[in-house]
Design a protein around this ligand. Structure first.
Ligand code: 0RQ
Length: 504
């Protein structure tokens, strides 16, 4: 292995993952690195899970509380969930095993805004942080860390934790040196000062994470890739969604409400977000900027051909092909990508001031524009709110995207009333499906219902929504947001009973 541990004292603390896991006690609260499958520790959580299973075999429960940046990977969330080793997990997750346990009520999950996590930890809202387990690309001679492919909450975990375990991952390219911008100017109220970031490419911090060597109890060396999930090929539905949104941007430019460079783009996770970015590429745009959370494959293309000049984020989320692309041209990308802490990448005040255009996926929206990003039928979580709320409430435009139906048409993603609310009608300006785009700005609830039904609903469900709305207009006691309360969630109930929202 190449020499990546420049600090002599820390070089003497190198051990195996199993030895490091022996230093972790049941009941600990642990802050781990990791954001959308990048930069998470790859060896210690797995070794901890093995240890948990061994002790549980003897009848001793061994669980810890796990705080991260966002979603991680099977080696972390999956392994610990399988070992029944997580007492409480926050924030965003996307692991199937973890999701199943959460939805069976076997563990607690706190789904909170990504921008809130670091400050809540500083406020003491999560109790004491016992340990940080952080992946780094290298340890520098002064003990500071060259971050890896995500920054997330690593600064906060390193600052707050009593003890630290560092995984030095030799797979992470040393050439990332200079891409990170770690801001150390945050403070607690009432001593906070304005954050001096004016443009998406401003650098306001330091390239390395500070780390007190005296707190480091173990260093583990790994050589393992990030999760690097492949993207599905962009399908026709996603293309049509992207097309409607891009046509809307052109309309806004023509109206003089947006410049040809738009405003800093934020795009969420998943294939539709990727399709929208691809659509921008074909749309003849140039000189755009991104102030977002994750760098996906399509963002590399946009940077490479100058459609986007600079992208600020907190993490990568690349496919294996995307990784190769990034590594092949890392010198180029290093000058154009900045990775920040997630309290800065998702900071509500910065999102508001920069005027971000927020584009996020959703599970369902209702006719009045309330959006559910997280739950199936009101009770089962899918992933979590992630950063969508940070950007949706504060963005210049807040766009939510989804196919009009799910599960081969058995579910309408436009419903009379959402079964769970993540983004209220006040935070949503644009809804887009493959059917069309509903511009909700400046409309009252009744006006919104008309455009949502007309522009976004699938033809199968459009008359059903129209019928509900008309009967609600007639019979609802209050006429501001007309509803038939006994019937508002009947579509979800029908789906749970028959597997289909369509009436027989
Ligand atoms: O389930 O895979 O079992 O078929 O939900 O749906 O259409 O594949 O869409 O991958 O874009 O995810 C909202 C989950 C959309 C995502 C969500 C089912 C559907 C499928 C996924 P299957 P698709 P996507 C930045 C911003 C919150 C966090 C966020 C998300 C599965 O965008 O997690 O925005 N957002 N973060 O079949 C029941 C419905 C459904 C439904 C879809 N109405 N009812 N199931 N599905 N609609 C990033 C971060 O913050 C880190």
């Amino acid at each position: 292995m190449d020499k990546r541990i420049g600090h002599a004292g820390l070089a003497s603390r190198v051990m195996t993952a199993a030895q490091a896991a022996e230093l972790i006690d049941p009941g600990m609260t642990i802050g781990m690195s990791g954001f959308t499958g990048a930069g998470y520790p790859k060896a210690v959580p797995k070794a901890l899970a093995d240890r948990m299973m061994a002790t549980q075999g003897h009848g001793d429960p061994f669980r810890v509380r796990v705080l991260t940046g966002a979603s991680t990977a099977p080696e972390l969330d999956g392994a610990l969930a399988r070992a029944d080793g997580i007492d409480m997990r926050l924030p965003y997750q996307s692991d199937p095993e973890l999701r199943a346990r959460i939805n069976r009520g076997e563990m607690d999950y706190l789904d909170i805004h990504l921008s809130h996590v670091a400050q809540y930890a500083w406020f003491g809202f999560f109790g004491k942080l016992d340990l940080a387990v952080i992946e780094a690309t290298a340890i520098l001679p002064d003990g500071s860390l060259l971050p890896s492919s995500s920054v997330g909450n690593n600064k906060t975990w390193l600052d707050l934790a009593d003890k630290v375990i560092i995984e030095v991952n030799h797979w992470q390219p040393l050439e990332m040196d200079g891409m990170h911008d770690i801001y150390y100017g945050t403070a607690l109220p009432p001593h906070r000062r304005p954050i001096p970031l004016i443009k998406p490419d401003d650098r306001i911090g330091e390239p390395y994470l500070r780390c007190d060597p005296d707190k480091v109890i173990a260093v583990v060396e790994t050589h393992a890739p990030d999760r690097n999930s492949a993207f599905a090929p962009i399908d026709e539905t996603s293309k049509r969604i992207a097309g409607h949104l891009i046509e809307f941007f052109r309309h806004e430019i023509a109206k003089g409400r947006l410049s040809p460079q738009l405003l800093p783009l934020q795009s969420g996770v998943g294939n539709i977000a990727n399709a929208v970015l691809a659509g921008l590429q074909e749309g003849g745009f140039s000189g755009l900027t991104a102030y977002t959370e994750v760098i996906q494959d399509c963002m590399l293309d946009l940077l490479a051909n100058g459609v986007v000049s600079v992208a600020s984020a907190t993490s990568f989320s690349l496919s294996p092909v995307g990784i190769e692309r990034f590594l092949a041209d890392i010198e180029f990308f290093r000058k154009r990508i900045i990775l920040r802490t997630q309290e800065i990448s998702n900071h509500p005040e910065l999102v508001r001031r920069l005027g971000c255009i927020a584009m996020n996926g959703m599970v369902e929206a209702d006719i009045y524009g309330n959006v559910n990003s997280t739950h199936v039928a009101g009770t089962s979580i899918i992933n979590g709110i992630g950063g969508s709320g940070d950007f949706a409430r504060n963005g210049f435009l807040s766009c939510f995207l989804t196919p009009s139906t799910a599960k081969n048409g058995a579910i309408s993603c436009l419903v009379p009333m959402v079964s769970h609310v993540d983004h209220t009608e006040h935070d949503v300006s644009v809804l887009v499906t493959e059917q069309g785009l509903a511009d909700l700005r400046g409309l009252s609830p009744r006006q919104r219902a008309k455009v949502v039904i007309e522009h976004c609903a699938h033809p199968t469900y459009r008359p059903l929504l129209q019928d509900y709305f008309e009967r609600a207009l007639h019979s609802s006691r209050g006429k501001h947001t007309p509803h038939l309360l006994a019937e508002a969630l009947a579509w979800h109930e029908r789906f749970l009973e028959t597997g289909d929202m369509r009436p027989k």
